[in-house]
Design a protein around this ligand. Structure first.
Ligand SMILES: CC(C)(COP(=O)(O)OP(=O)(O)OC[C@H]1O[C@@H](n2cnc3c(N)ncnc32)[C@H](O)[C@@H]1OP(=O)(O)O)[C@@H](O)C(=O)NCCC(=O)NCCS
Length: 162
């Protein structure tokens, strides 16, 4: 198995995560978004190039006021704080529950922290409370008053891979 940028030869039609919006995006939109530099997709493929899962990364920002006080008291008063958005993450239904989601998340965080471009945190928009639970279990914290939007500071991510 390996993770690589989405390319034309990756089969997309059969990917089914059980969440229609994530499947539709992967089949119909992910390639266009990559070409237009709106979101980069990365796929986990097996030895026969079957797609087992994917995630997307994009540049983003956080309103300073959205972060908890415990964090903002250590930051300058910039209205916008740079971040990397993990926009989508999905594993094919037949492969769920085998650790691939956690593996893809670790790969995304590692990719984010290897960048030379500064970002204060990786952020995610969980689609529901169960998905938010998946991210919370991996160390993400919710934004103030937005339990489905979560962040993990880059300092924490760097220490995980140090
Ligand atoms: C959520 C998802 C990416 C997890 O991938 P996975 O390969 O099934 O998960 P893993 O086997 O790596 O499990 C990692 C941990 O997350 C937990 N987990 C798995 N799916 C979960 C879900 N839907 N909600 C909450 N926790 C979940 C597992 O129990 C495991 O924790 P544990 O080791 O403490 O038991 C996958 O189930 C999926 O694609 N679901 C549909 C799309 C989706 O909901 N994406 C979330 C983005 S908003």
């Amino acid at each position: 198995m390996r993770v690589e940028p989405l390319a034309a030869h990756h089969p997309r039609d059969r990917f089914t995560s059980g969440v229609p919006a994530l499947d539709r995006y992967f089949r119909a939109q992910a390639g266009q978004d990559a070409r237009k530099h709106l979101a980069a997709s990365f796929v986990l493929v097996d030895g026969t190039d079957q797609v087992l899962g994917y995630y997307t990364l994009s540049a983003s920002s956080i309103l300073l006021t959205e972060l908890p006080d415990t964090i903002t008291k250590r930051l300058p008063r910039y209205p916008l704080i740079p971040a990397i958005l993990l926009g989508r993450l999905a594993v094919d239904q037949g492969q769920q529950g085998k650790g691939l989601g956690r593996f893809l998340l670790a790969d995304a965080l590692h990719r984010a922290c290897r960048s030379d471009i500064a970002a204060f945190a990786v952020i995610v928009d969980a689609k529901d409370d169960a998905a938010a639970g998946f991210y919370r279990r991996e160390g993400f914290q919710p934004f103030t008053d937005r339990p489905l939007k979560l962040f993990l500071p880059m300092a924490t991510i760097r220490s995980l891979f140090a």
